[in-house]
Design a binder for this molecule. Structure first.
Ligand code: NI
Length: 136
């Protein structure tokens, strides 16, 4: 590991308070460790964005008894139709459905898609799993 450098960080009290909650929730030992981790993650995301496209799946579990949820999920997927190669649906219990959506495109867009799906009431999981495609 290369030498550690110290630098000062200024931020508003409420932001720092939220950050400390984040640190406690995610089990970081201290602020420095958490900041390092966040920076690494952000830089890695940016690198993926620069290298372009990814491919993978978004696996979702949802309760189809929730009013309008199935229609809403269909609407969202139509909005992103150019990124979706196909999807498969499995009925896992009386009310729960599992869907695997195979996607290809810019990672940022695909993460937006996963977040939009995951943000719907009645969706208990929206798990993105992507790998980077080499540019051709
Ligand atoms: Ni189903």
């Amino acid at each position: 590991m290369s030498r550690l450098n110290r630098f000062g960080v200024s931020m508003e009290s409420n932001l720092l308070e939220s950050f400390d909650h984040f640190i406690a929730k995610h089990g970081f030992h201290n602020r420095s460790e958490a900041i390092r981790d966040l920076i690494r993650e952000k830089l890695s995301l940016e690198k993926d964005e620069k290298t372009g496209r990814v491919m993978g799946t978004i696996t979702i579990i949802y309760n189809h008894h929730i009013r309008n949820l199935s229609e809403e999920l269909t609407d969202i997927q139509h909005h992103y139709q150019e990124y979706i190669l196909f999807s498969n649906h499995v009925h896992i219990t009386h009310e729960d459905c599992l869907e695997v959506i195979v996607v290809r495109g810019e990672e940022r867009t695909l993460r937006d898609l996963a977040n939009r799906i995951g943000g719907q009431r009645g969706v208990s999981m929206a798990l993105p799993s992507f790998f980077t495609l080499a540019l051709s």
